[in-house]
Design a protein around this ligand. Structure first.
Ligand code: FAD
Length: 278
C-alpha cells in the first residue's frame, strides 16, 4: 500500500502588529516589477532629520526579525513615514516586503541616523544631490523640507537609473514637491530635476560622472562648473558611483564633511554589495 503523503505542518501566523515598533502600512505603490514605495503610520515620538535612514524589517519564517537599513523618503514634517524599495529576487527582506498591503504591519526601529543631512554641510549657494537607483530616497525627503530652500539658492537633483520606469518615483516626488503648499513656491524657483538612463532609450543617456566630465551636464542646464567656494553636494548610490563622484568633487576642491565636522559634500551608500538594476 502506498504511504500517505506527509503534508507540511501549516506555519504558525506571526502577529507582527503586536511586536515592538510595528507600524501600520497605509499605502503601497508598485512603480515597475523591481521597485515599489510604501507609507506607514508615524508615532508622534518618532523624530528624525530629513535625509536620515532607519532599520526596518519583517519576521522571517523562523520568527526572527530580518532588519535592513532604509532611507526615510518623506520629510521630517510629514505625519507618516515613506520608503522607496528595491525588490531583490530572493532577497531575505524584500522578497517578503514586496507583498505588503495597506493594513499590514512593518517593524520600523526608532533610531534614525546618517550623514545625508543639511547639518553636515557648510553654508553654500548651490546644492547638488547625486542619486542612482533607490539612492534618490533620502533626497525625496530633503527636497520636501523647507530648510533646504532656506539654506540654498539652487537645488540640483540628478537621478540616473538603468530603465525609464526607474525614474518614475523620483518624477512623482518632484511633481508632489512642486505642488506642495509648504515648499512648492520655493521649489518651483530653486529646484532643478535632472534625469537620465544608462540602458533604456531616453532623451538623456549616460552615467552622471561621464556627463559631468564631458561637460554635457552643465551645458544641458546652463550651469556654471563646480566652484568649491559656493557649491555643496550629497551623493547616494552604488559604491562605484560614490567613489567616482567623490573623486570628481575632490578634484574640484570640495572636502568631505560629517555630522561632527561639516564640510562641502557628504556621501552614503544606497545599499551594500554589487547592486541590481532597476
Ligand atoms: P540583501 O541581502 O540586503 O541584498 C542582496 C543584494 O541586493 C545586495 O548585495 C545588493 O547587491 C543588492 N541590493 C540591495 N539593495 C539594493 C538597492 N537598493 N538597489 C540595488 N541593489 C540592491 N534599499 C532600498 O531599497 N531603499 C532604501 O531606501 C535603502 N536605503 C539604504 C540605506 C543604507 C544606509 C544602506 C546601507 C542600505 C539601504 N538600502 C536601501 C538597501 C537595504 O538595506 C537592503 O539591502 C535591501 O532592502 C535588500 O534587502 P534584502 O534583504 O532583500 O537583500
Amino acid at each position: 500500500m502506498d504511504k500517505p503523503v506527509e503534508q507540511p505542518a501549516p506555519k504558525p501566523e506571526i502577529d507582527i502588529a503586536s511586536m515592538p515598533d510595528a507600524r501600520e502600512v497605509t499605502e503601497v505603490h508598485h512603480w515597475n516589477p523591481r521597485l515599489f514605495s510604501f507609507r506607514v503610520t508615524r508615532p508622534r515620538s518618532f523624530r528624525f532629520r530629513s535625509g536620515e535612514f532607519v532599520m526596518i524589517g519583517l519576521p522571517g519564517d523562523d520568527g526572527r526579525l530580518i532588519l535592513r537599513a532604509y532611507s526615510i523618503a518623506s520629510p521630517a514634517w510629514d505625519e507618516e513615514l515613506e520608503f522607496y524599495s528595491i525588490k531583490v529576487p530572493d532577497g531575505p527582506l524584500t522578497s517578503r516586503l514586496q507583498h505588503i498591503r495597506p493594513g499590514d504591519h512593518v517593524i520600523v526601529r526608532p533610531k534614525p541616523t546618517g550623514t545625508l543631512v543639511l547639518d553636515a554641510l557648510k553654508p553654500g549657494r548651490r546644492l547638488f544631490l547625486f542619486a542612482t537607483g533607490t539612492g534618490i530616497a533620502p533626497f525625496a525627503s530633503l527636497i520636501r523640507d523647507p530648510e533646504i530652500y532656506e539654506k540654498f539658492d539652487r537645488v540640483i537633483l540628478t537621478h540616473t537609473t538603468r530603465t525609464v520606469t526607474g525614474l518614475d518615483y523620483g518624477k512623482d516626488v518632484v511633481r508632489r514637491t512642486l505642488e506642495d503648499p509648504l515648499v512648492g513656491e520655493e521649489a518651483r524657483e530653486k529646484l532643478l530635476h535632472d534625469t537620465a538612463t544608462t540602458r533604456e532609450d531616453y532623451p538623456v543617456m549616460g552615467r552622471i560622472t561621464d556627463r559631468i566630465r564631458s561637460g554635457a551636464f552643465f551645458e544641458q542646464h546652463a550651469l556654471a562648473p563646480f566652484d568649491a567656494a559656493e557649491d555643496r553636494a550629497m551623493i547616494c548610490g552604488s559604491m562605484g558611483l560614490n567613489m567616482d563622484m567623490k573623486a570628481i568633487l575632490e578634484e574640484a576642491g570640495l572636502e568631505e564633511g560629517s555630522n561632527s565636522c561639516p564640510g562641502d559634500y557628504v556621501v552614503e551608500k544606497a545599499f551594500v554589495g554589487e547592486g541590481i538594476g532597476a
